[in-house]
Design a binder for this molecule. Sequence first.
Ligand code: TYM
Length: 326
Amino acid sequence: MRILSGIQPTGDKHLGNYFGAIRRWAEQQHGADCFHPIVDLHAITIPKEPGELRESTLSLAALLVACGLDPAVATVFVQSHVPEHPRLAWVLECMTPYGDLRRMPQYREKSAKEHGFGVALLTYPVLQAADILLYRADAVPVGEDQRQHLELARDIAQRFNNRFGDVFTVPAGTYPEIGAKLMDLQDPTSRMSTSADSDAGVLRLLDPPDVIRRKLRSAVTDSGREIVRSPDKPGVTNLIEILAATLGEAPEAIETRYEGQGYGTFKADVAEAVVGLLEPIQRRYGDLRADSDELHRILTVGAEKAHAVAAATLARAHEAVGFVAP
Ligand code: TYM
């Protein structure tokens, strides 16, 4: 069983990233061969300040390890260190219909916000398909927002295999039962996102305890008093999901426990649970981030392991399309 899933080195990562992706990577690492690129090539599709990009790449490496990824078991690496990614993306771009990319919801959202964006914002999901297909991954653990990108990666793999023979594994996206789509605390009809306009609705993994408490205290709740999940109570529904995911309990159990209780106590309990979850992560992060040599070592080893797998698949793909071997 091979797993691949990547993450962008942008902004401070949040609880949605943790429940949708990172925590599951840490849980799965002992039962599968896991590859986790920090996708800096994807990150520059939206302009980045170079110093900030460098800093976020290293701090994300530290954060992944702090969240429980063991670099001796799972392969954590920087995407730009493995040149096979853009090389395979080119080949796949040549056979991906323009219309498929133009329809991608994330492209439509981001292109509406950005002015004068580069063409890579459009081809972004093809690079993501290359990330996955290079490792012949069986499973791709992601949050709900990546579903269309995963469908596209499957289409690209199938189309390539039908035309050129069996080169790629057709990957399956996997989604958590709870926490596949955490919502913004201030606008619970929008996904919790690194690029949210306001920080107040985003629970960052490195937010100090008092910030977490403040954000949860001011989280939007809905009219009525009941602590139950319902489509007309998106705020409370989201908080129930957050508490359930944090404690590893069923949302139904949370609803039962808080029957007849007020929002105040409930929100305070959510805050304490999240603070308790993040406290050890933040402590480990502090130690790891201080040791840049160790981070570089982890990423060098990761890139070597990734490169060995990626180079073999790229060679097969190049041969399949008819390139003369160098
Ligand atoms: P990124 O960096 O935006 O997000 C990383 C992971 O976090 C998940 N996620 C969420 N899960 C639950 N609730 C949320 N509110 C939430 N927000 C984000 C995402 O689904 C993702 O799993 N394009 C990808 C990175 C990528 C990738 C790949 C992923 C590049 N190549 C190959 C998988 C396989 C992205 O921007 O993720």
